[in-house]
Design a protein around this ligand. Structure first.
Ligand code: HEC
Length: 161
């Protein structure tokens, strides 16, 4: 009788140990990460083709730039994932950064390059592989030109306090 009880106890302990091993068997990397630590993404399928015939605010809003960037003068553009787009102030700093090895010679061309090939230069303190790399297929040449012209003119002084 006593050995039977003991057997039951040991079997129960065994079961608990087994289920613990089962639960821990999942490697940490494959456990779902809390959503706040997941990098923000903007699926290409959610963005329409931007022709450049839209008013400038719509160009930025439709392209989704506003989700990640503060852009002076563009209502609702208050994203904080990427740097504020005040290239009139920051553009020359980027071009003269010792870490900049892109092909642009002017701030205008740096903006175009940043939109089409964001991996060319990752602004210090901001995440890489976050700025979408598919804008070349979503922005017409006109839309891209309007974006570059507009952003070249924005300075830190244009940021609301
Ligand atoms: C999902 C977030 C996200 C979206 C959407 C996005 N960006 Fe960015 N962008 C970033 C991040 C993060 C950086 C900084 C890292 C880097 O340089 O790649 C960045 C960098 C830039 C830079 C370089 C800025 C600097 O100070 O040197 C420009 C210009 C830019 N983005 C323009 C745009 C434009 C225009 C759009 C819309 C057509 C856009 N971005 C959409 C996240 C985003």
């Amino acid at each position: 009788m006593r050995t039977r009880d003991q057997l039951v106890v040991w079997m129960a302990i065994g079961l608990v140990a087994l289920s613990a091993v089962w639960a821990l068997r999942t490697p940490p990397a494959s456990r779902p990460t809390p959503s706040h630590s997941a990098p923000p993404t903007l699926p290409a399928g959610t963005i329409p083709l931007v022709t450049g015939d839209e008013p400038i605010a719509d160009v930025f809003t439709r392209a989704g730039c506003s989700v990640c960037h503060i852009i002076p003068g563009i209502p609702g553009a208050n994203g904080r994932v990427g740097p504020p787009l005040v290239l009139g102030t920051t553009g020359l700093e980027r071009l003269t950064d010792p870490g900049y090895h892109g092909n642009a010679q002017t701030v205008h061309d740096y903006i175009v390059e940043s939109v089409l090939e964001p991996q060319q230069f990752v602004v210090h303190g901001y995440p890489e592989h976050t700025m979408p790399n598919w804008y070349g297929s979503k922005l017409s040449a006109l839309a891209l030109e309007k974006i570059a012209l507009y952003l070249t003119r924005q300075t830190e002084a244009d940021l609301s306090p």
